[in-house]
Design a protein around this ligand. Structure first.
Ligand SMILES: Cc1cc2nc3c(=O)[nH]c(=O)nc-3n(C[C@H](O)[C@H](O)[C@H](O)COP(=O)(O)OP(=O)(O)OC[C@H]3O[C@@H](n4cnc5c(N)ncnc54)[C@H](O)[C@@H]3O)c2cc1C
Length: 388
């Protein structure tokens, strides 16, 4: 009675564990060797992208009808987790391909899906997601970016801020106000914008604390005209689609956080068994052992929560909002704690760039901030709790 969709008597299926082994091999052989350089030079991890495309792990969630491999939500999380274990920046390739295309998968016409999903599945293009604005981060409904109907098309004016994989992506889901006098939250629509559209440019790359290999830039629209058939879903439904997307993709950020934390724990475990002080390996000190046990305990709790949330995402369960927010919030706090402890376990060596744990600690921080800060996740959880 095995169930390859999610759990086999409360454990991941053989298929999922085989997938993990396959991704880990690609990640260790082809992505890990370039992770420090992508961070140091703040350059897009092209080698990682090429390796992910060659193994079909760059956008695993896209269905077979669009040329994808049709990985379920748990399999997609495992891909992201294993890539993040060696390079958080590279893990944003599958993660943001899902984030950018999820509005289409949830709400777009067959024509839009047939046009834009195959190139992403084939690894020819990436897809980014433009919701946040400089003055509208947590308060997304206060966005100002505007799309005005003009003949048979739309004209976009405004900007989107901190957009992951901006510039390196060919396609963008962009949320814009289409009815400035309409009800707050119901006056926004979603559009596909192409990099090649006239009037669409990018801001300078942000100089960041972590995930430096993942480009983060503003999207700038100055009289950017797009055809009328680029709207995703119905007029006024944009914010609803954008937030429904986040219910699914917050689970993937939880997976990214679990992967970063696992990478740090694995490295620290190796180090404490080698490093000697006071005439013994530091792994023999009980103070160190208790730290390791706490790190592994929290990490495993986070992983289980992410996997349950992934199963809920796959099934489309009614309590996905709670579980997506809880998994992302919990796992990202665990990633921050575990990576900070990993730095501590390496002592001075943890604080310098000769070892990967300081990068992992910087990379972990963003998981508490994007796709909604962890304060906003608590608002999402409380809203679902109080609705019941
Ligand atoms: C590297 C990076 C990549 C990103 N990628 C993307 C992307 O691809 N697409 C995209 O659309 N966005 C992206 N973002 C934007 C990100 O989602 C926002 O930064 C985030 O949602 C927070 O918004 P803000 O920065 O405006 O913070 P603010 O909303 O100004 O929040 C500031 C502080 O106030 C707290 N706060 C705000 N409101 C409340 C409240 N009601 N109750 C309690 N506390 C509150 C917040 O938790 C935070 O601690 C990215 C950001 C970064 C840094």
């Amino acid at each position: 009675m095995s169930n390859n969709k999610g759990f086999d008597f409360f454990r991941t299926s053989e298929d999922h564990e085989e997938l993990r082994a396959a991704v880990r091999a690609v990640a260790e052989d082809k992505i890990a060797p370039h992770a420090a350089e992508a961070d140091e030079t703040a350059s897009f991890p092209q080698a990682g992208y090429d390796a992910l495309v060659a193994s079909d792990f760059h956008a695993p969630h896209i269905g077979q009808e669009y040329g994808g491999v049709g990985a379920d939500a748990l399999a997609t999380c495992i891909v992201i987790e294993e890539v993040a274990r060696v390079c958080a920046s590279s893990s944003l390739i599958p993660a943001v391909n899902k984030l950018g295309t999820m509005p289409l998968i949830l709400a777009a016409s067959d024509e839009i899906k047939a046009k834009y999903l195959p190139p992403v599945a084939a690894g020819e293009s990436m897809f980014a997601y433009g919701l946040s604005e400089r003055e509208a981060g947590s308060d997304t409904a206060s966005m100002r970016c505007r799309a005005r109907a003009d003949g048979d098309g739309w004209v976009l004016n405004g900007q989107k801020s901190w957009i992951t994989n901006a510039g390196v992506s060919d396609f963008y889901t962009v949320l814009a106000v289409t009815d400035p006098d309409g009800k707050r939250g119901r006056n926004v629509s979603a559009f596909v914008v192409e990099k090649a559209d006239a009037g669409f440019t990018f801001g300078d790359p942000e100089r960041k604390m972590g995930i430096k290999g993942s480009p983060t830039r503003e999207l700038i629209f100055q009289g950017c005209r797009i055809p009328g058939d680029r709207m995703v879903g119905a007029p006024g439904e944009g914010l609803k689609i954008a937030l429904a997307t986040l219910d699914h993709t917050r689970v993937t950020i939880g997976a990214q956080a679990v992967g970063i934390a696992q990478g740090a724990l694995d490295f620290a475990l190796g180090y404490v068994k080698e490093r000697s002080q006071f005439g013994k390996h530091i792994s023999e000190f009980q103070g160190i052992q208790f730290m390791l046990a706490d790190m592994a305990m929290k990490l495993e709790a986070a992983r289980q929560m992410v996997y349950v949330a992934a199963a809920k995402s796959e099934r489309g369960d009614a309590d996905l909002s709670f579980f997506g927010a809880a998994a992302k919030c919990f796992a990202s706090d665990v990633a921050m704690a575990v990576t900070t402890d990993a730095v501590q376990l390496l002592g001075g060596a943890g604080y310098v760039k000769d070892y990967p744990v300081e990068r992992m600690m910087r990379d972990a921080k963003i998981t508490q901030i994007y796709e909604g800060t962890n304060q906003i996740q608590r608002i999402v959880m409380a809203r679902q709790l109080l609705k019941a």
